[in-house]
Design a binder for this molecule. Structure first.
Ligand code: CDP
Ligand code: CDP
Length: 208
């Protein structure tokens, strides 16, 4: 049976860092599904399309191709905010499902991270991990990461952004952020990257 690993959780919980390490360790392909929503949000913004328009943003999502995902600015704060606004529309989410499901169905397995991997994209994943940390810890991590890159940001602004994104992602009607019933919760508030990685490997090796 292929090893498919679903990693979900709120903003800046450490999903991407963990998912990448796991993909390397188990020699699996990795998909950061947040990039898809970020690309749709950014394209909508650039083209002057109303982010609250489900049909227009859904049409953009339907035309998305992987060449749109190379853009380095997608990883920034602004794209994260745009992403969470377009991600509330079922039209946008539905247009992105087939690509993600195909990726998850690779014969040797795959690692995907996002918000709804364990609940919607890959409910049959062999291992589901819901990575969390307190909003304060996540905001601290994101602030440190940005300051290390030379950005001028303050912790309180980032904390407010983290909270706003949590509220929008968990509160939407379609595919809200929530752990699947069979997900393992991994609270990394007091874990460094290495400790979180080892804890995840233990869960995966037990399920393998
Ligand atoms: O993908 P997601 O937004 O969930 O988080 P990330 O980009 O993987 O991690 C956010 C920041 O937290 C990065 O700078 C990581 O290095 C850091 N991090 C950490 O300090 N401790 C952890 N256990 C996990 C991540
Ligand atoms: O790394 P971080 O957690 O900050 O963001 P991300 O994973 O790149 O996701 C950006 C936004 O896209 C999230 O706040 C969600 O609104 C949306 N998203 C989603 O709805 N479903 C996914 N599978 C992945 C991302």
């Amino acid at each position: 049976m292929p090893l498919t690993i679903a990693i979900d959780g709120p903003a800046a919980a450490g999903k991407g860092t963990l998912a990448k390490r796991l993909a390397e360790h188990y020699s699996l392909p990795y998909l950061d599904t947040g990039l898809l929503y970020r690309a749709v949000g950014k394209l909508a913004h650039e083209q002057g399309i109303d982010l609250d328009d489900p049909e227009a943003t859904g049409a953009l999502a339907a035309k998305l191709d992987t060449s749109h995902l190379d853009d380095g600015s997608l990883r920034g704060r602004e794209a994260g905010e745009l992403a969470s606004r377009v991600a509330v529309h079922p039209q946008v989410r539905n247009a992105l499902i087939a690509f993600q499901k195909n990726f998850a169905a690779r014969p040797d397995g795959a690692v995907l991270d996002g918000r709804d991997i364990g609940t919607v994209i890959c409910p049959e994943a062999r291992v589901k991990i819901f990575v969390t940390a307190s909003p304060e810890v996540r905001a601290r991590r994101r602030t440190d990461e940005l300051v290390a890159k030379g950005r001028h940001v303050d912790y309180d602004t980032i904390l407010a952004e983290v909270r706003e994104r949590d509220t929008r992602d968990a509160g939407r009607a379609t595919a809200p952020l929530k752990p699947a019933d069979d997900a393992h919760l991994l609270d990394t508030s007091k874990m460094d990257i290495e400790t979180a990685f080892r804890a995840a490997c233990e869960l995966i090796d037990r399920a393998a």
